[in-house]
Design a protein around this ligand. Structure first.
Ligand code: NI
Ligand code: MN
Length: 229
């Protein structure tokens, strides 16, 4: 079955095989790049990588409206559960077979908290996701710096598509993301987290040129665009 990856703006992507859809980091309300509203999202599983507002975003509202579960690191899952969302708590290194295939949580080196004016509520460690659907494996790195164990992920898991942040400032910048792609050895790399906000504005073409020079195919998908695997 064909698997389609679609960008909904900033770090929000859906992966769908026509029967099942998962959504990563559904930040749509207040997302300057959002191509749909949170009310329009259709998904079977909601996968927020960490608690920051540009990732957790509308996850709880979407999960409650659709009555579908949130899959997240335990502490973040428990946070979502407090607001009435159905959750499937996992933790880093752990995976689970689900109707669409399999999801596994991976390490990410970043923070994870819900930050409000008068409280910073920590929501455990951030994560990345390995999602296998219809025989295709997508590595959604989440917000992360470069880390050496990406090499281990690449050696143990054949990755069809890696979705990697390139925006610098809060995550890997372009050169570190190129090294990440070399570690992970995906068939295709998709850059993310590089255009929605001023401190992370980067040119994805520069990333594409550098990563293609290493022999890795790169597909840039603008918000609203999709790629078929
Ligand atoms: Ni973040
Ligand atoms: Mn972010």
């Amino acid at each position: 079955m064909k698997v389609i990856i679609k960008s909904l703006g900033h770090a929000c992507f859906t992966v769908s095989d026509g029967n099942h859809t998962v959504i990563f980091d559904p930040f749509l309300t207040d997302n300057p790049e959002a191509v749909i509203s949170a009310d329009e999202v259709v998904a079977d599983f909601v996968l927020p990588s960490h608690g920051h507002s540009d990732h957790l975003g509308d996850a709880i509202a979407i999960a409650k409206r659709l009555q579908v579960p949130i899959i997240a690191p335990y502490e973040l899952a428990m946070y979502c559960s407090r607001f009435g969302a159905e959750v499937i708590p996992l933790h880093i290194g752990g995976g689970r077979d689900l109707p669409f295939g399999r999801v596994k949580l991976t390490f990410a080196t970043h923070g994870s908290a819900v930050v409000t004016d008068d409280l910073i509520e920590y929501t455990g460690p951030p994560c990345g996701f390995l999602v296998t659907m219809s025989g295709q494996t997508v590595y959604y790195a989440g917000d992360t710096g470069l880390f050496g164990d990406m090499k281990l992920i690449g050696e143990t898991t054949p990755i069809d598509v890696a979705i990697l942040p390139i925006g610098d400032n809060f995550t890997m910048g372009i050169d570190d993301a190129v090294m990440a792609a070399e570690f992970l050895k995906p068939k295709v790399v998709i850059p993310t987290h590089y255009s929605a906000f001023e401190p992370i504005k980067k040119n994805p073409q520069e990333f594409a040129e550098k990563v293609v020079a290493k022999g890795i195919k790169c597909v840039i998908i603008a918000p609203g665009e999709e790629v078929e695997l």
